[in-house]
Design a protein around this ligand. Structure first.
Ligand SMILES: [Zn+2]
Length: 369
């Protein structure tokens, strides 16, 4: 008899997901089958399932009925015959980044540059993304899912599945920090420091040895919570009180920060981003990983004179996901700041719509299938 599982599926835009009983998939030769134990919900998920096809028609969703769920973690149940390293019983995070595997970028290990770049259980960046969704139709709002071996991050016993359910946005911040060349002795500006990406970038900077973190945000109470993570290394400023660029220069003896991570929200004006950029030193890096959606009017002569690097970054490699897991294993990266709000799969709709009540980047909404 065919074994079945329960999955939350979206049958039409703007309707609640329903719990459907469907067959448990068999992993293909290079895939693994994971029993999902937790799946994180990112703040943007509500936008994806309600508004994405209207807002960003060039980033298609999977055909309906579709199983969403971006950040699954669980236990490997079964592996395909060509899987080499992953074993049944392994505790894992499944990175949702899927790509063709055969283009130049993929062969170079740069899967996020692939034309087929698709985030499993979320959306594709390719008009041909349905091909990838057909291969991997199972998101994390499901009891079981298949995933390619290349997407698997091994978790040590001291990482909970709820914590691993946050690896997506945490890894997004980590990927940005790798682009920035973050490391010991440096000064960082993190714009939008109180949000999901911003708080993650802060704890990652602390783990990576960054000396000083200059964070900006709007919510005074959340800014104080961020500062309390490491009061001797973190300074915070309320956006709008003064120029971020001038503030950063004044705190660094006129030198400027080594890099800016721009993790501002979608409603933030480009002028805010531009102001923070002016806080970097000569040769400094500006990495955009946030939601600013306006054109940036930029003085390219300043860019040339001061040799400023402006870099777009999104998601992260499985290798970088593994590095984060390894930092948690050794205790370098402390995820104890996360406050988990867990929901059974039957309350997935409520969980997604409830994210607007979160405590900035400290809340972690997780569905338990
Ligand atoms: Zn490719």
């Amino acid at each position: 008899m065919e074994r079945t599982m329960v999955a939350a599926r979206l049958h039409a835009l703007g309707t609640p997901m329903t719990l459907d009983t469907i067959p448990i998939p068999k992993p293909r030769p290079t895939d693994v089958l994971v029993r999902v134990k937790a799946c994180g919900i990112v703040p943007n998920m509500a936008n994806v399932i309600n508004n994405w096809p209207t807002w960003f028609p060039h980033q298609p969703l999977a055909k309906f009925p579709a199983i969403f769920g971006l950040d699954p973690a669980g236990v490997v149940e079964e592996v395909g015959e060509a899987v080499i390293s992953v074993k049944p019983g392994d505790r894992v995070y499944v990175s949702p980044l899927r790509s063709c595997g055969s283009c130049k970028a993929c062969r170079g290990g740069r899967r996020s540059e692939c034309r087929y770049y698709t985030l499993n259980g979320y959306f594709s960046t390719s008009r041909d993304g349905q091909r990838i969704f057909d291969l991997y139709p199972y998101g994390g709002f499901s009891e079981y899912m298949t995933a390619p071996e290349y997407a698997i991050v091994n978790l040590s016993d001291n990482i909970t599945f709820e914590q691993a359910g946050r690896f997506g946005y945490m890894g997004t911040s980590y990927g940005a920090l790798k682009h920035a060349g973050a490391g010991p002795g440096q000064v960082a500006i993190i714009d939008g420091v109180t949000g999901t990406l911003g708080v993650a970038a802060t704890v990652l900077c602390l783990a990576m040895g960054v000396s000083r973190i200059l964070g900006t945000g709007r919510d005074e109470r959340l800014l104080e919570r961020v500062k309390a993570l490491a009061p001797n290394r973190i300074e915070v400023m309320r956006l709008g009180e003064e120029s971020v660029g001038e503030w950063a220069k004044s705190l660094t003896g006129g030198e400027g920060a080594d890099f800016v991570v721009s993790a501002l929200g979608a409603k933030a004006p480009a002028a805010t981003m531009l102001d923070s950029m002016k806080g970097v030193r000569r040769g400094g890096k500006v990495v955009n990983v946030g939601g600013v959606a306006e054109d940036l009017p930029i003085d390219v002569k300043w860019l040339m004179d001061e040799q400023i690097h402006l870099i777009g970054s999104n998601w992260f490699t499985t290798e970088q996901g593994q590095e984060m897991a390894d930092m948690v294993k050794t205790g370098t990266l402390d995820l104890s700041y996360l406050e988990h709000r867990t929901f059974p799969l039957s309350r997935v709709n409520e969980a997604i719509s409830g994210l607007k009540d979160r405590d900035g980047g400290f809340s972690n909404y997780v569905v338990i299938p």
